[in-house]
Write a protein that binds this ligand. Structure first.
Ligand SMILES: [Zn+2]
Length: 450
């Protein structure tokens, strides 16, 4: 007798492991893992007693890996749209950074996490940007992710240029790491908000932590950052990070927009993963990441939704589509990036960029059962001529019927399973008001009407 399992059936199973979709296929889940994958008729014959999910019209993909975001922005969306990055940091991020606490981190993460799950994200690689407070803040992120049953590779995006003590920052890292140690789904990394936002002392501590745990950093998002570091050190931020040893541990670098040939070669040599964030790059007018050139060099480029204050939605399907469109309009070339490329970036390449591809990122026997079932009964997906284009160009969160994380449903019937979204929305309102009031959001001189 074989173990009891679950069969998830789809008209098209996009595995991110094989070049083409399996038509009329199924994925068998036993416990947390994928036990078998193949034609539906074969699997049904072998496992006639398994419970069945999905149907012959569904599209199944691996769970999406969101390589970059900020749960710290969960409570302030739809604000400050007319800024470039440096102005936006000054008007929105610096004023809010001292006013986070664990409750706001928890509720903000629930709010953003619900939207992520609804758009098929099963793993969120996050950087929580705040100042250390009396009590640790970031364990609230882990608590919320565990409750949602959403995976996390979570960091505290440390900076001491605003005045925080290095010891307090190290305590916040330690509190987050401890929370991850007792979490089933979250893993710790060290976060570095920005090279130029850390003192030499703090950066040295970050490099030491990164050797054991890996790191997550913003790099080359805007030209001002590159110019400032080059003026101070004679090297680009990427050269400087390589020289100081940060890339000796696994690193995910967000953005990498303003990268010259030398920077690109360093990213490839050190196998630094790149998190490409097309929507926030467009909102903040930061520029266009040279995605095809990086991928050609063998750099693993994943896709990120980026923070709720610079995207402002947390819709991964939109980010995947925008990744394609941005390259095409930038190069004026319809073949610049394809739906298949983008789907690979959102799944297996994202997993490689985070060094979690031995367990995640594709539908293969022995890997974790993280997958998305798109509803083939939706009018949007009534006629599927190419399942890759159907997912990337046609579908939206409304078509996400089920999201499975570690062999269990985190989304069923199009809605999150473990929390009440209306209750979370209600709970967030006074916290968001308080944060906006204490940070004087909307009253910054850059935001005041002229
Ligand atoms: Zn960011």
């Amino acid at each position: 007798m074989s173990e009891t399992g679950t069969l998830v059936r789809g008209g098209h199973v996009l595995t991110s492991a094989q070049p083409d979709a399996i038509e009329n296929g199924a994925v068998r889940i036993v416990g947390e893992l994928i036990d078998a994958i193949g034609p539906w008729a074969d699997l049904r014959c072998r496992f006639p007693d398994d419970e069945v999910h999905g149907d012959r019209h569904s599209i199944i993909t691996p769970g999406f890996i969101n390589t970059h975001g900020h749960f710290s922005e969960g409570l302030f969306t739809g604000i400050a749209e007319d800024f470039t990055l440096v102005e936006w940091i000054e008007a929105v991020i610096n004023p809010t950074a001292p006013h986070h606490d664990q409750e706001k981190a928890y509720v903000g993460t629930l709010l953003a996490g619900i939207q992520m799950l609804r758009s098929g994200i099963t793993l969120a690689s996050d950087m929580f940007v705040c100042d250390p407070a009396d009590q640790p803040v970031t364990p609230g992120v882990v608590r919320a992710l565990d409750q949602l049953a959403l995976r996390g590779v979570v960091t505290f995006g440390a900076a001491d240029r605003r005045g925080a003590a290095v010891s307090a920052i190290l305590e916040e890292h330690a509190a987050l790491r401890e929370a991850c140690e007792s979490s089933r789904l979250s893993r710790f990394r060290v976060g570095i908000a920005l090279l130029g936002a850390q003192s030499e002392e703090l950066f040295q501590e970050s490099v030491m932590l990164a050797a054991d745990h890996g790191s997550h950093i913003h790099l080359h998002e805007v030209r001002e950052e590159v110019t400032a570091i080059r003026a101070a050190t004679g090297r680009s931020p990427i050269e400087q990070c390589a020289r100081l040893g940060l890339f000796d541990g696994p690193t995910i670098a967000a953005h990498c927009v303003w990268v010259d040939e030398n920077d690109r070669d360093i990213l490839a040599d050190y196998q630094v993963g790149v998190a490409h964030n097309p929507v926030s790059n467009m909102i903040l007018a930061s520029g266009v990441c040279p995605v095809p050139a990086l991928r050609k060099l063998g750099v693993n480029v994943g896709i990120g939704v980026d923070g709720p204050a610079s995207n402002d939605s947390q819709n991964m399907i939109e980010a995947i589509k925008m990744a394609v469109l941005l390259q095409r309009v930038d190069r004026m070339q319809a073949t610049a990036l394809s739906a298949r490329d983008a789907l690979a970036m959102a799944t297996i390449e994202g997993a490689r960029s985070l060094h979690v591809d031995s367990e995640l990122g594709s539908l293969e026997v022995g890997k974790q059962a993280d997958l998305v079932v798109f509803d083939g009964r939706s009018p949007t997906l009534a006629n599927i001529h190419d399942p890759y284009q159907a997912v990337v160009y046609c579908a939206g969160p409304r078509e996400v019927a089920e999201v499975w994380v570690a062999g269990s449903k985190s989304v069923a019937g199009g809605e999150v399973v473990h929390v009440d979204p209306a209750e979370v929305a209600e709970r967030s309102r006074p916290l968001a008001r308080e944060l906006a009031r204490r940070a004087h959001l909307g009253q910054h001189s850059l935001l005041a009407p002229s």
